[in-house]
Ligand binder design. Structure first.
Ligand code: IMP
Ligand code: MG
Length: 173
């Protein structure tokens, strides 16, 4: 089956929005440091670009989660496949995700870091698809709110393809 990708958010718009988020996060955490937990693989591009635009001291670590499901839908069961290495105890954790869809992943992760005694836990998602929400999660920082379409690029994949696109696109089958 072959698919095409239609551009939805240009590279320049992503860069401008990430710059703004960086400014906002820098202001909100002024006088503190922030521990970015970047969720692999999707949030790696966004997480690194965002980290470069934060002016307070940053620690960065990476985690891989999986939510069992098939195709383009996820189930509610989220597990940690590869954990971060550093301790978050007493640290201000900012979880960085590519996209919030059903909300299960970020809901699960915010509980995980609260249980690990982080000083605070906030959530940041490059994209938000609110129409698909199944659990109520409050996301502190959102790049773009998008309609219910399957998107790729800037870290996001379809079947492990298209992560390297510098823009966000919609997959058309
Ligand atoms: P949630 O747990 O349903 O909120 O799902 C979050 C995860 O689902 C993201 O980290 C992505 O890996 C994946 N996902 C959800 N929507 C999309 C999409 O449109 N394109 C690519 N991956 C997606
Ligand atoms: Mg993901």
């Amino acid at each position: 089956m072959s698919e095409t990708v239609r551009e939805m958010i240009p590279e320049a718009d992503l860069a401008a929005r990430i710059e703004e988020l960086g400014r906002q996060i820098s202001a909100d955490y002024e006088g503190e440091s922030v521990f970015l937990v970047c969720i692999l693989r999707g949030a790696s591009f966004f997480g690194c670009e965002l980290a470069k635009r934060i002016k307070v001291p940053v620690t960065i670590d990476f985690m891989t989660t999986s939510s069992y499901g098939s195709g383009t839908t996820s189930s509610g069961e989220v597990t940690i496949k590869n954990d971060i290495e550093l301790s978050v105890e007493g640290r201000h954790v900012l979880i960085v995700e590519d996209i919030i869809d059903s909300g299960h992943t970020l809901h699960f992760l915010s509980d995980v870091f609260r249980e690990r005694n982080a000083k605070s836990v906030r959530l940041c998602a490059m994209l938000d698809k609110p129409d698909r929400r199944e659990v109520d999660v409050e996301v502190d920082y959102v790049g773009f709110t998008i309609p219910d379409e399957f998107v790729v690029g800037y870290g996001l994949d379809y079947d492990q393809k298209y992560r390297n696109l510098p823009y966000i696109g919609v997959v058309e089958f």
